[in-house]
Unconditional design. Sequence first.
Length: 99
Amino acid sequence: MILLLELQRYAQENHVFLEYIIFYRYGQPQGDSLRSDLLKIFNYCNCLQEDSFKSIVGQFFSATHLRATYLFQEDLSHTNLRQADLSHSYLLQTNLSGA
């Protein structure tokens, strides 16, 4: 997951690769429906230890496309979301303090 997020960030910063590196975090998008797959990954990782996903992978969320993602009640506090695209995402009760 970290490698894929870093490849996507690199492609976003170096527009030469933008058309060659496309990262769909849960397969090809299906219209405008909100996707909860990322929330499921958060929860699976957090079963091992609380906040484990955020502490390990959260620092690699900068400049990623997280649009139309269902992140209800997720704790993303102090996560690096610089230039991340959260448009059309469901963020009700999501903790974004310090992000």
